[in-house]
Design a protein around this ligand. Sequence first.
Ligand SMILES: Cc1cc2nc3c(=O)[nH]c(=O)nc-3n(C[C@H](O)[C@H](O)[C@H](O)COP(=O)(O)O)c2cc1C
Length: 187
Amino acid sequence: MAKPKLMIVVGSVREGRIAEPIANWVRDAATADGRFGIDLVDLKELALPMMAEPNHPRARKYTKQHTIEWSQRVEAADAFIFAFPEYNHSYSPAIKNALDYLALEWDRKPVGFVNWGGNSGGTRAQAALKPVVAALGMVLTHGLIEINFPGTHLADGVFTPNEQQANVLQLMLDELVTLDETLSPLR
Ligand SMILES: Cc1cc2nc3c(=O)[nH]c(=O)nc-3n(C[C@H](O)[C@H](O)[C@H](O)COP(=O)(O)O)c2cc1C
């Protein structure tokens, strides 16, 4: 049987973002885990303009090539990890824009969040995106990751998690496997 495909989304697009090394840590851990096919999506490279489709995404009447390609890529994924920062007590706009472009492609699929920020560790960004993914029919893992001041875990462009963060990521991967098994018949 084919491995479930895990899409890891780099949810910040600004110059000098820490999202990239954090997402690389997640990708390397998921690759070492061995249970997934991995698709790392960098929203900076994807470069979707602000939501520009004329029709509601549930109609799937996409008019732009970038949307058709994004739809096919998300449709092919079985599970997700969204890595995104806290901006002004909420989520980054890039992650919301990427979600809003599509609808049914996200439905009945599991997702885990990896967040970061200052003292809060990105908990407000995390809380703000929960109702968004619920509206899209996604199912959130129990295990979620918050990272305080992630720059202090960075050396030569490599993010090194503490033991607790590494453990929770492993639990998240376990949950994504079991949730995918449970949810895939409902798609
Ligand atoms: C526009 C902006 C707003 C921010 N607002 C918050 C905030 O509300 N809470 C917080 O903990 N950190 C905040 N930060 C700090 C970010 O968490 C920190 O810069 C982090 O590196 C951003 O992730 P990125 O580097 O992947 O973009 C903010 C940063 C920016 C650029």
